[in-house]
Design a binder for this molecule. Structure first.
Ligand code: SAH
Length: 248
């Protein structure tokens, strides 16, 4: 791990940018109306209804999807697509995950654990969107990213949300993150050929790893049993970017 930082956020209201002085002042925008001009509460509520209609989603996962403004994690030119079920480019050849994939992964973890995870590790922070969603369903979230520019982008995207239970780390997550282990859950946003041993080793007994694995990719779940034995099952087909090693 090259660097570890806790996300400390300034005591400032989200989106509280100074307003330009105007001759005829308009009423102050509500928080929901800020951010690329999107009435994001209402648009997000419609996205959540579409996610609920897919079936099998956990109420806590849907509440987290409602709470996090996805349009703040993508570039303004793509903001109109923020609440469609699309993966969108975030630079450096990477993408922000589809809302249905983020909601599905959060739901599968909640169902497999039977409770909210006290401590969760995300591999592949990207722009930080899924990390923000996970911070609403877990006690404490560690998220690691190997591309420094994306780690910095995530820090900047997340600052205004002031999520005190989220720790962002710059590093190669192939070896997990020893600092926070053992975890109730490990969730990878990048696909590996086989589950790295460290991800399984850093689970507490009863803990669950959810990761896209193999070629063709499958979203796989692995539970570490009290005996140390690993139980696994396939959740669904998957299409994630590949897990890579080293730092960029
Ligand atoms: N969680 C993101 C999805 C990011 S895409 C979201 O909210 O939408 C997957 C990310 O995994 C990419 O940013 C990629 O750089 C990162 N990644 C790939 N291999 C990695 C590794 N070994 N360690 C850490 N991050 C990795």
């Amino acid at each position: 791990m090259a660097e570890s930082r806790r996300a400390h956020f300034p005591a400032r209201l989200p989106g509280a940018a100074p307003q330009a002085a105007k001759a005829a002042p308009k009423p102050a925008a509500t928080p929901a109306a800020r951010g690329h001009g999107i009435d994001s509460e209402a648009v997000r509520a419609r996205m959540v209804e579409r996610l609920r209609a897919l079936g099998g989603m956990e109420p806590a996962a849907l509440a987290a999807m409602q709470a996090v403004p996805r349009h703040l994690f993508i570039e303004p030119a793509l903001a109109a697509q923020a609440y469609l079920d699309n993966a969108l480019p975030i630079g450096h050849g990477q993408t922000i995950s589809k809302p249905s994939v983020v909601a599905r992964c959060a739901s599968v973890l909640l169902q497999a654990l039977g409770a909210r995870p006290a401590r969760l590790l995300e591999i592949g922070t990207g722009c930080g969107y899924q990390a923000a969603v996970l911070s609403h369903i877990a006690g404490e979230v560690y998220s690691v990213e190997r591309i420094r520019a994306l780690h910095e982008l995530a820090r900047s995207n997340l600052r205004a949300l002031r999520l005190a239970n989220l720790r962002l780390l710059f590093g190669d997550g192939s070896g997990g993150v020893e600092a926070g282990a053992p975890y109730d859950a490990v969730l990878s946003a990048a696909a590996a050929e086989a589950p790295p041993a460290a991800w399984l080793a850093q689970l507490r007994p009863g803990g669950v790893l959810l990761a896209p694995i193999g070629q063709p990719q499958r979203l796989m779940a692995y539970r570490r049993q009290a005996s140390g034995r690993i139980e696994s099952w396939c959740v669904e087909d998957a299409h994630f970017v590949p897990l890579k090693s080293g730092l960029v």
